[in-house]
Structures are given as C-alpha cells and as structure tokens.
Design a protein around this ligand. Structure first.
Ligand code: FES
Length: 87
C-alpha cells in the first residue's frame, strides 16, 4: 500500500493493496468524477504533484507516462510510499 496526500485539502488517505485510489479517496470524502473505472475513458484523470505513479491505464501515451504529470486514479497505483495529487 501507499498513502495519497491531497495537496489542496491536506487530506491523507491510505490506499491498501485491494482498493483503487479512486475508491479510497471516495470513501474518505474526496470524490473524483469517474465513469468506466477500467482505465479507458480518461474521466478520472488527476494531476500528479509528487510520487512515482504506476500507470495501468489505456489512456496515456508512453511520453505522458514518462512525464508522470497526470494519472488515471481508477486503475493506476504508486511505486513510492507517497503519492501527491492536485486534489
Ligand atoms: Fe475511466 Fe478512470 S474512470 S479511466
């Protein structure tokens, strides 16, 4: 697991191995718009301010993955202990 830090609100949300970032945030009262929940539509795209995203979506190009500035939080995870999102 890892911890999501919401830069705008200051909320810290732990994300366990069996829950998506999207669901963990929603349960913690930080709802993000979503649709497919399978990493294909791009609705849940969220700006990344820190940490190392582990991209598992089908939306971003290789260059966008490499840049790491954005991620689909319905499927993608994090390789570092902390992921900082612009939420
Ligand atoms: Fe569709 Fe995340 S909800 S890509």
């Amino acid at each position: 697991g890892f911890e999501v830090m919401c830069a705008a609100s200051g909320a810290r949300v732990p994300v366990g191995p069996d829950v998506s970032v999207l669901d963990a945030l929603s349960a913690a009262g930080v709802p993000v718009p979503s649709s497919c929940q399978e990493g294909v539509c791009g609705t849940c795209e969220t700006k990344v301010l820190g940490g190392e995203p582990d991209h598992r979506d089908f939306v971003l190009s290789p260059a966008e993955r490499e840049a790491g500035g954005t991620m689909m939080i319905c499927v993608s995870r994090c390789r570092s202990a902390e992921l900082v999102l612009d939420l």
